[in-house]
Write a protein that binds this ligand. Structure first.
Ligand code: PMV
Length: 317
């Protein structure tokens, strides 16, 4: 029997990270050139229930039984079992690979969960609908992220640009004209759970100040949406700069992120900001098509360990 495979993209948040945890809107897009992949092979010669996990990228080769309960891959598998009301699994091996950088704000964990959940439910004969896949990915994310806003599981499951407000139905974002972003990785791995927890402590200590930051970020996301949908992507540059400044105030930037943001601007980017949880991980820069390689090279020279370009667009443009 051939393997059942499923893939899910990485993602980047363009506007609104952190504020989105507090009910403000955020904008995120899938990044299709990096993906997580899960392939499930039936093991008819093994006794039922013998599940083996092979994830070479993270040096994981183990049986499901040996994996600790809170492990996200185990939780993804348990989530599918519960959702489908299945008590006994057949024997199978799941091979997981991913090209999405880990702990870099690109949603690698959520993408692995989405790929495993889709491949497994299909293997079991009941492919789950997107809404349920997204819900199960969210449940897995909760274990490690504490209070995720739900933006990662949404953009990754639907693989569409989204304008996301916690608790509200998903709104897909129409990209009127393609947007070119250069993504630079600081190479510093940073835990989103930690940055989100730090922001919560700071918010608790000074709600008025933090609510003001979040309201200003919300205005930026709202304006960005209008600009993206009306097709004037260059106008997003100043909004990115403003959003970065507010994230600095919120306390989630770092000297390395600030330096790459500055480097990109000096090299001709129209705007730049950190993306995701912050303190490490990625920054993004909005570039006119013709300065892409100039900005990319400047970021590499400026210390980015990985740089790539992504073109945000709808399937039809
Ligand atoms: O680090 P990432 O890309 O997973 O982004 C987290 C985004 C936050 O807004 C900081 C947290 C969240 O759950 O939305």
């Amino acid at each position: 029997m051939p393997a059942i495979t499923s893939t899910a993209p990485g993602k980047i948040i363009i506007f609104g990270e952190h504020a989105v945890v507090y009910g403000r809107p955020a904008i995120a897009v899938p990044v299709n050139q990096v993906r997580a992949r899960a392939a499930i092979m039936a093991e008819p010669k093994k006794p039922p229930g013998e599940v083996f996990i092979d994830a070479p990228d993270i040096d994981l080769k183990t049986s499901l039984a040996e994996l600790k309960e809170a492990h996200p891959i185990k939780q993804a598998i348990i989530g599918v079992k519960t959702s489908l009301g299945i008590s006994n699994l057949p024997a199978f091996t799941v091979r997981i690979t991913s090209t999405i950088p880990v702990s870099a704000g690109m949603g690698s964990g959520a993408a692995v969960s989405a790929a495993v959940i889709r491949a497994l439910s299909t293997f079991l004969g009941h492919p789950l609908p997107d809404e349920e896949v997204s819900r199960l990915v969210y449940e897995v994310e909760k274990i490690h992220h504490g209070t995720p806003s739900g933006i990662d599981n949404t953009v990754i499951t639907y693989a569409q640009p989204v304008y996301y407000v916690r608790g509200e139905p998903i709104e897909r974002l129409f990209i009127n004209r393609p947007i070119t972003l250069v993504v630079g990785d600081t190479g510093i791995s940073s835990s989103t759970a930690d940055t989100v927890a730090d922001v919560r402590r700071a918010w608790e200590a000074n709600r008025t100040r933090y609510e003001t930051y979040f309201n200003r970020i919300a205005e930026i996301s709202k304006n960005a949406r209008i600009i993206i949908e009306s097709g004037d992507p260059e106008a997003l540059g100043p909004l990115m700069d403003l959003n970065h400044d507010l994230l600095v105030e919120v306390g989630v930037s770092s000297p390395e992120l600030d330096s790459l943001v500055e480097t990109a601007r000096e090299a001709g980017a129209l705007g730049a900001k950190l993306s995701g949880g912050g303190r490490g991980g990625n920054m993004i820069a909005l570039v006119p098509e013709e300065t892409t390689s100039f900005v990319s090279n400047a970021l590499k020279d400026g210390g980015a360990v990985k740089v790539f370009t992504t073109r945000i667009r709808n399937i039809e443009n």
